[in-house]
Design a protein around this ligand. Structure first.
Ligand SMILES: O=C(O)C1=C[C@@H](OP(=O)(O)O)[C@@H](O)[C@H](O)C1
Ligand SMILES: C=C(OP(=O)(O)O)C(=O)O
Length: 454
């Protein structure tokens, strides 16, 4: 690794921060398992922020307990709200849009969602001044289109020259009005404006000037806003959206399980063969990553699509010779990169230039890691091609990127000697990832940071 490690986003809900590396050992038999995956990061952080803005109490069941949600809860508490967490249920006494603590520093870890959803939620308040900071990588990730849009609606926000974190948001209320926004860099900018919009004095109209990457996440935002009582209209393809003023009302909600996390378990069945059923998420979720199972089907797996479960059956053999646009489920690009060497033909990914601005430059990182294992990988601006091969043992950097750690540790199920550095980074969205692998019969060995075996 070229930069010193930044563990600042690890929270009390993290695990494995004392672990230097894990080795995931080959599974020499097919899997045959049911698995329950933790709550959705996307639902959890939307619901927390809307509950924070709402009038009255909200009770959210099925939250994700991870670094991304911990720092979101922590910010609400620093803003003066009572937030009571009990297992995976959280009770939030909402602010009604006026945060009780009017000056605070809010550290939000590495969470893109909070970085894009919180500024607007702060700006709607009539008074206050808050500094929002994040870890090193989050402070490099783009924010300017969101800040420009909020400013156009009347927000007062000070940012550094590049328009990244840290920022200072002044509570000065939003006027509302009409906005033209681009969705090609991140859908989260649009979600961030929408979440604040019910608190503007006037209606907010958003027109999209190009296309939205991962537009399903904007649908999720609208669904959760409606669940909290907001009046939002949008056309099916999200070219235009309209939000009428009117505050959120506290609600009791059951949140969905995380489809992105489920995909690592589906990929496991694809890699080693056998049956993997995720028992707490149906196929008809709005979460776009569920469509990864459609791709696994194209690659030769069987998929059973239930209302309350999804099951993937693999043979351990994977078809390649595919070109896939991952634009609408780009968080699974790394999972596909990890499966690709085992396919019987090259796999080409397109349309994901935006993931160079995620937790790591994911296109570059995936190609670098595959080449370290002796796999031919060709990097392009918006994707890559991976050719079939026999990965060799490797000690893999994870770039503080939870999805690199989860996706690339799966290679260990087929290849002896796959070691993954800083496995604690999975805590961003799935602190229990390696425990779940062990529950499924996978042997995982741990090396502590001080060199002692585990
Ligand atoms: O709104 C959300 O919950 C998310 C939107 C997506 O981000 P981008 O639209 O920035 O790619 C996705 O990658 C992220 O994991 C979650
Ligand atoms: C891109 C991701 O996260 P974030 O919410 O930080 O954007 C991700 O989880 O893959």
């Amino acid at each position: 690794m070229t930069q010193p490690m930044d563990l600042s986003a690890r929270s009390p809900w993290s695990r494995l921060n004392d672990v230097e590396e894990v080795e995931v050992h080959p599974l020499h038999r097919p899997v045959d398992a049911d698995v329950v995956v933790p709550g959705s990061k996307s639902f959890t952080n939307r619901a927390l922020i809307m509950a924070g803005l709402a009038h009255g109490r909200s009770v959210l069941h099925g939250i994700l307990r991870s670094d991304d949600s911990y720092w979101c809860v922590d910010s609400l508490r620093r803003l003066g709200l009572r937030v009571h967490v009990d297992g995976d249920t959280v009770e939030v006494d909402g602010s009604g849009g006026e945060w009780p603590v009017q000056e605070a520093e809010l550290f939000i870890g590495a969470a893109g969602t909070t970085a894009r959803f919180l500024p607007g939620a702060l700006a709607v308040a009539p008074r206050g001044c808050w500094r929002v900071t994040g870890n090193r990588r989050l402070s490099e990730r783009p924010l300017a289109p969101l800040l420009d849009a909020l400013t156009a609606l009347g927000a007062r926000i000070e940012a550094t020259a590049g328009g990244c974190l840290p920022i200072t948001v002044h509570g000065s209320g939003l006027r509302g009005g009409q906005l033209a926004m681009s969705g090609r860099q991140s859908s989260q900018f649009i979600s961030g404006v929408l979440i604040a919009a019910p608190y503007a004095e006037q209606p907010v109209d958003i027109a999209i000037t190009d296309h939205i990457v991962q537009h399903a996440y904007v649908h999720i935002t609208i669904d959760v806003m409606r669940a909290f009582g907001a009046a939002v209209t949008a056309d099916a393809s999200l070219r235009t959206m309209h939000v009428t003023p009117g505050p959120y009302q506290g609600r009791t909600l059951q949140l969905e399980a995380d489809a992105s996390t489920a995909c690592y378990f589906f990929a496991m069945a694809a890699l080693v063969g056998g049956r993997m059923r995720v028992t707490n998420l149906g196929y008809h979720t709005r979460q776009p990553d569920i469509r990864f199972v459609d791709l696994l089907e194209r690659m030769g797996c069987e998929v059973v699509r239930g209302e309350t479960f999804v099951e993937v059956r693999g043979s351990g053999r994977l078809h390649g010779g595919l070109t896939v646009s991952m634009k609408e489920m780009s968080d699974q690009t790394l999972t596909l990169a990890a499966l690709a060497p085992f396919a019987d033909g090259p796999v080409t990914v397109t349309d994901v230039a935006h993931i160079r601005h995620h937790e790591s430059d994911r296109i570059h990182a995936a190609c670098t890691l595959l080449r370290e294992m002796g796999i031919r990988a060709e990097e392009r601006d918006d994707g890559f091609t991976v050719w079939p091969g026999d990965p060799r043992p490797a000690r893999l950097a994870t770039y503080d990127d939870h999805r690199i750690a989860m996706a690339f540790s799966l290679l260990g199920l087929r290849v002896p000697g796959i070691r993954v550095l800083d496995p604690g980074c999975v805590s961003k969205t799935c602190p229990v990832f390696f425990d779940r692998l062990q529950d499924l019969g996978v042997r995982v060995t741990y090396v502590q940071r001080d060199g002692a075996g585990g």
